[in-house]
Design a protein around this ligand. Structure first.
Ligand code: UD1
Length: 422
């Protein structure tokens, strides 16, 4: 298994191109199952999660090819589709559950294994099941698989989710595009990836209103057509690289960055003493004078502070002046990076959903272990600012969500290298 070696090497300066969003791409790809005509995605990120979704769609009978070194994905689901998403693929990634809504809409039945993915909490499926049941699906859980069927197809309905789940919103919206009549989803998630999905579905001929708000209305249509759609910028990759100069000093321009994708995060950076300015091509980030200031952070659904940036923000706050409290409100058990950061000299206390970070002057390099996708990159960020060498092992998590991380950081003057494992 590969590891990443990083050495604290002073300020970072340069330009980092931000890729298309992993989480948007993972919901746009299953949308191909809704149409017999081809769907092409441009600005796709080159990640192992995207390859996992490719294998899943192929196992369901879709044709999927990657062009231009993976930046363009063309898909077609014109043939006979297989309704079963097997455990062997689904266990690798929770986002596999996003084939459930499209398969139900297109075939009227589906069998989908319960998902795997990062070990950051229980991550049940009840909200997905309730949302699809509202559209008339009958869903049983047997032998670790969700068995879903409809009597004569899905029917439009009004449904309010108990929590604004991102994945359940995506499954409901995709399923409702081909349902009979009008569907209304209340307490819908508002994430930019959902707005991107709706924009793509609209290009495919779907009739949808209200994306980006808590109420989404979908008028079912008989069929969807093919389309070409550019994947939105990855706001989590963007936030991660914005933290690199914040932690190490220096100035980095993130190409394709937009403040509206990360407003709550940018406010916290400002409070901590990091300047963010919009440029013609993206966002420029620099640390203002002196040490970063402690700030309190609460993770919340969009437009709140994203849970997917909590680990990286903690890495920044480890060397802040003062005491910060981070509250995790989306996933229980999402502080597994804290003990690893403590191996590097951080002072952190975790109590349930709260972590208190007592800022220290400097972190020290140490051997550490990546426990999930965002935790892995937080350890790299911490290592870039620490004294001495840090070796982050188990980086297969990193490759699920960050393309060419070494290349992007090297270009800004970081000392980072991949050590190939056996
Ligand atoms: C998506 C993102 C993930 C991000 C998360 C929250 C993708 C591929 N992944 O995950 O990176 O961290 O949004 O922003 O887009 N829940 C239930 N029952 C359900 C569904 C969810 O209890 O049926 C709970 C989860 O356990 C979790 C919370 O709701 O505590 C949020 O989950 P959800 O919004 O569904 O996240 P995902 O779509 O899985």
């Amino acid at each position: 298994m590969d590891s990443i070696l990083v050495k604290g090497n002073g300020p970072l300066n340069g330009v980092i191109p931000i890729a298309g969003a992993k989480n948007a791409c993972l919901t746009l790809m299953p949308a191909t199952l809704l149409s017999e005509e081809p769907l092409t995605l441009t600005n796709a990120p080159r990640l192992s999660d995207i390859r996992t979704m490719t294998s899943l769609l192929q196992s369901l009978g879709a044709e999927v090819s990657a062009l231009q070194d993976g930046k363009v994905i063309t898909m077609s689901s014109h043939g006979m589709l297989n309704p079963t998403a097997d455990y062997d693929i689904v266990r690798k990634m929770r986002a596999s559950n996003l084939v459930l809504g499209p398969l139900l809409a297109r075939l009227g039945h589906a069998v989908v294994s319960l998902p795997g993915g990062c070990a950051i909490g229980a991550r049940p499926m009840d909200i997905h099941i309730d949302a699809l049941a509202a559209l008339g699906a009958e869903i049983d859980l047997r032998d670790g698989y969700l068995h879903a069927k409809t009597q004569g197809g899905l029917k439009g309905a009004v449904h309010e989710m108990r929590f604004a789940s991102v994945g359940a919103t995506e499954n409901f919206v995709m399923a409702a595009t081909l349902a009979k009549g009008t569907s209304v989803l209340k307490n819908a998630a508002r994430e930019p990836e959902i707005v991107d999905l709706v924009q793509c579905l609209r290009r495919m001929g779907a009739e949808i209103e209200g994306e980006g708000t808590s109420t989404i209305t979908i008028q079912g249509v008989d069929r969807l057509r093919g389309a070409t759609h550019p994947v939105v910028t990855d706001r989590i990759e963007l936030g991660t690289y914005m933290l690199a100069p914040a932690i190490c000093g220096g100035e980095v321009e993130c190409l394709g960055g937009r403040i509206d994708l990360l407003a709550a995060f940018c406010e916290k950076l400002d409070e901590a003493g990091i300047s963010v300015t919009e440029t013609e091509k993206g966002l420029k980030v620099a640390r203002r004078n002196g040490r970063v200031k402690a700030v309190n952070v609460v993770t919340e659904p969009f437009p709140g502070f994203p849970t997917d940036l909590q680990a990286q923000m903690m890495a920044l706050l480890c060397t802040a002046e003062g005491t910060s409290v981070l509250e995790e409100k989306i996933f229980e058990n999402r502080f597994m990076h804290a003990p690893e950061l403590m191996r590097m000299g951080a002072r952190i206390e975790v109590h349930g959903g709260h972590a208190t970070v007592y800022g220290v002057e400097k972190l020290r390099g140490a051997p550490v272990m990546a426990t999930d996708l965002r935790a892995s990159v937080s350890l790299i960020l911490a290592g870039l600012a620490a004294e001495g060498e840090t070796v982050v092992s188990r980086v297969y998590h990193l490759d699920r969500g960050y393309e060419r991380v070494e290349e992007k950081l090297l270009a800004c003057g970081a000392h980072i290298e991949r050590i190939s494992g056996s």
